[in-house]
Write a protein that binds this ligand. Structure first.
Ligand SMILES: N[C@@H](CCC(=O)N[C@@H](CS)C(=O)NCC(=O)O)C(=O)O
Length: 215
């Protein structure tokens, strides 16, 4: 059964795509145009009632929330492709910890920057300067903690690439390439080396080659 992934051009679905490639799982994609509001059409809302991508369909199994989906596939195909969980329960605990850090500390400020710096000018919506300043400040603090961690281990959860690193790729890409804030990474030696390492993986390059970001 081929996994169907909805919305491949957007950031959060790319988290799923890069995971599927690492796990050597076959998939196909279905375009959803957020700019045309296709995510709020009744047929789509039957799959994802909150109107966001990604959603996957795997036979008659449907799942949404990108981090839930990557956890599901990393577990279901534990022995296939790259092991994204680590070998021991302690390593797995650290993978989970850094996945939560990505979701709750790293993602919110960069998401706010993407919305206010990148998307607002494109859609004619107003940019909130206060949100931009607060997000910059939060991101600096988060990256200082990453710098400290990555001075001790090659990857976030230890000396092995995991779901925790992978989860940073889609919005890390925005941070590095479209937000005008790549220096936040480049001025932190270990974060910079980590970014070069994870963003040069074959899986991520393949995602970027197959599915261009909308902006
Ligand atoms: N927590 C969700 C967030 C998904 C999300 O924010 N998706 C964006 C695209 S990157 C979206 O569909 N935005 C449209 C909207 O929310 O109206 C996940 O990780 O799957």
């Amino acid at each position: 059964m081929v996994v169907k992934v909805y919305g491949p051009t957007y950031g959060s679905p790319k988290r799923v795509l890069v995971c599927l490639i690492e796990k050597e799982i076959e998939f196909e994609t279905v375009d959803v145009d957020l700019f045309k509001g296709e995510n709020n059409e009744p047929e789509f809302l039957k799959l994802q009632p909150f109107g966001a991508v990604p959603v996957i369909q795997d036979g008659d199994y449907t799942l949404y929330e990108s981090r839930a989906i990557i956890r599901y596939y990393a577990e279901k195909y534990k022995d296939q492709g790259t092991d994204l969980w680590g070998k021991t329960i302690e390593e797995r605990g650290l993978v989970e910890q850094w996945l939560e850090v990505e979701a709750h500390n790293f993602h919110p400020p960069i998401y706010n920057l993407v919305i206010n710096v990148l998307f607002a000018p494109l859609t004619g919506a107003p940019s909130d300067q206060k949100v931009i300043e607060e997000s910059d400040e939060k991101l600096e603090k988060v990256l200082d903690i990453y710098e400290e961690r990555l001075s001790k281990t090659r990857y976030l959860a230890g000396d092995f690439f995991s779901l925790a690193d992978l989860s940073h790729l889609p919005f890390g890409h925005y941070l590095m390439n479209q937000s005008g804030r790549g220096t936040l990474v480049r001025e932190r030696k270990h974060v910079s080396a980590w970014w070069d390492d994870i963003s040069n993986r074959h899986s991520w390059k393949k995602v970027l080659q197959l599915y261009k970001y909308p902006v």
